[in-house]
Ligand binder design. Structure first.
Ligand SMILES: NC(=O)c1ccc[n+]([C@@H]2O[C@H](COP(=O)([O-])OP(=O)(O)OC[C@H]3O[C@@H](n4cnc5c(N)ncnc54)[C@H](OP(=O)(O)O)[C@@H]3O)[C@@H](O)[C@H]2O)c1
Length: 308
């Protein structure tokens, strides 16, 4: 396999922090575009990895950055927008993807790997609707594309177990909307492996892979499991939908928007795979139980150390 020159958008986030070192180990040269490289210096110290400040929505900037690249990976995604009408989601998911595709075509980049989400295009959330619109642009492009649709992703620094672990640290009682919603959490290392394999295997061109882990779990059970793994006795209260909607509305005004009405609408759908993309790619899914207790224990240990 010949090493590739790859440009990654959104590569400084949770998935990118695992994917970029994984690709780097395969010998690829990786250029990560970010809005603020000073915040992510640790990625740039890896051999063959460079970080560049870039406005990824600017076609001219992408033209410059994509010149000579073999592949582009688009990981940019948002769970919450500033307003409420979907415009923020359309900009981050749909308009950006259109700009990326145009810049790939205009600059001779043949290959695009696009991150999406399970259940894209279903339900009533702006998040899932705009994910599907972006997928459609990719899938109708002349590029050699591959789309990935993961369920929630777990691992070091995730927005799932680690976010709930932080909430459980301060809240003796946690009221939870949509606690019966089902997920199939997939390990970030397996997601990175899926991208790494797709990059070098032409049989993945023109395919959409759903990525889920070995176990389906309800949100409430996942949160209770997080409390157990962090050694905390906590009451997790399942909110009926009427109260869940109120929590989502209030959540939009809290710092960091822990939940929004759009999140609540996404949670109406189970995030469970129909086709097992990991096994199609020859990857054995890593169980949560093999990874999270150790990571959360280390996380709790750091909390205890900070408290002295
Ligand atoms: N984590 C999950 O459980 C999960 C599940 C399903 C799908 N996904 C999708 O997988 C992708 C990666 O997820 P993640 O957890 O790594 O997300 P993340 O930690 O939030 O990182 C996303 C990255 O995208 C960039 N970005 C965010 N908003 C942007 C904007 N408006 N314009 C330009 N760049 C922007 C940011 O890079 P800079 O700040 O450096 O510019 C950020 O590092 C996302 O598309 C996400 O929706 C994630």
């Amino acid at each position: 396999m010949r090493p590739h020159k790859i440009v990654v958008l959104g590569g400084t986030g949770f998935v990118g922090r695992h994917l970029v070192p994984r690709l780097q180990r395969d010998g690829h040269a990786i250029r990560v575009l970010t809005r603020n490289r000073d915040l992510h210096r640790e990625l740039g110290v890896l051999p063959r990895v460079s970080l560049a400040n870039a406005d990824v929505h600017d076609r001219g900037v992408l033209a410059r950055e994509f010149a000579g690249a073999d592949a582009v990976i688009n990981l940019v995604g948002i769970l919450n927008e500033r307003g409420h009408d979907g415009a923020g989601f359309r900009k981050a998911h749909v308009e950006l993807t259109r700009t990326v595709i145009d810049a790939c075509i205009g600059n001779g980049v043949p290959r695009l790997l696009q991150m999406s989400a399970l259940r894209a295009g279903e339900g009533t959330s702006h998040y899932l609707a705009t994910r599907a619109q972006a997928e459609a642009l990719v899938q109708s492009s002349p590029l050699a594309w591959t789309v990935f649709r993961p369920s929630v992703i777990f691992g070091e620094g995730d927005g799932l177990f680690f976010r709930f672990a932080s909430l459980l640290r301060i809240a003796p009682v946690l009221p939870l909307a949509r606690s019966r919603a089902r997920f199939q959490p997939v390990y970030v290392g397996d997601v990175a492996e899926a991208f790494a394999r797709a990059l070098v295997h032409p049989h993945t061109h023109g395919h959409t892979y759903e990525l889920g882990g070995p176990r389906v779990i309800e949100l409430g059970e996942l949160v209770r499991g997080t409390a157990r793994m962090t050694g905390r006795r906590r009451l997790v209260l399942s909110l009926p939908d009427a109260l869940g909607r109120v929590q989502a509305l209030v959540g939009e005004w809290l710092p960091g928007k822990p939940i929004s009405r759009d999140n609540f609408r996404s949670l109406q759908l189970d995030s469970v795979v129909r086709d097992d993309g990991l096994s199609s790619l020859g990857i054995i899914a890593t169980p949560m139980e093999a990874v999270m207790p150790r990571l959360l224990e280390a996380h709790g240990g750091r909390d205890r150390d900070r408290r002295g």
